[in-house]
Design a protein around this ligand. Sequence first.
Ligand code: SF4
Ligand code: SF4
Ligand code: FES
Length: 279
Amino acid sequence: MTGDAEERVLTLGLRSIEYTVQYVCSFEIYSATDALGQVIASFSEGAWSMSTDKSAVTIYVFGKQYQVPQNLTMLTAMEHLGYRLLRGCGCRGGFCGACATVYRIRGDFRLRTGLACQTPVKDGMVFSMLPFHPATKARYDIKSLKPDINSLTRYYPEIMRCLQCNSCSRACPQDLPVIDIMAAAMRGDIANAADLSFDCIMCGLCATRCPAEIVQYNVAILTRRLYGTHVASKSKHLQKRLDEIRAGRYDGELAKLVKMSTTELTKLYNSREIEAGEA
Ligand code: SF4
Ligand code: SF4
Ligand code: FES
């Protein structure tokens, strides 16, 4: 690429964070293509222009304007544009909570939240991923704590500042009643807080909206640990299996698996005993 073309690509912002752009250059026409070879911008007659594909929508990623196909999620749109996601991307299925994102739709005053891997792009969407949210995170020896209110307020006294405003529930991509989890925590109702927060994926979006600066998901995981350690009845079967593992009963089988090739592992996996409903 000539220095001139390089300058134009940079002017477009196509080389922003972790951006890889491929390009072709012939005479006076330059174009930028994404990893799939689709033209997303071109230079002609002295000016760059973005794709005008009618099936495309205009989005703004970290403040930069792009056009992308409309059937993408925010996460796949970023990858389509060439972003290489080193943080803020894990399961791609809405389970790991890594891809917390804030967005607005142009013309709508609301600041919305969602998981980038689950939220489809819309025309006029302006978004930024939040790959990490600074949070208070207590260290404790769970076995030494009692499953009561004192254990919660000792590490997270700020829970008593909850205004019951419901901003956390509105931000939750799992539709959890975060306000009720906090109310249960404030009452010292460990069982209820643990139960209500069971599907929390620790994305952190609730904490980004809390006016009382509570980190709800870390409070909630403390209630689940307290419940699991001190309240839930112990499973005899689980204990038996743990004892067998500790005694080395499965060491030989594990060593065999580690030595297998991918083909052997695939064959073994496909011939496994399948329980009804699993297939
Ligand atoms: S956002 Fe904060 S203050 Fe509001 S209900 Fe949730 S925990 Fe309470
Ligand atoms: S409770 Fe908070 S951290 Fe958990 S899934 Fe909902 S928004 Fe994410
Ligand atoms: S990548 Fe795991 S929830 Fe989005």
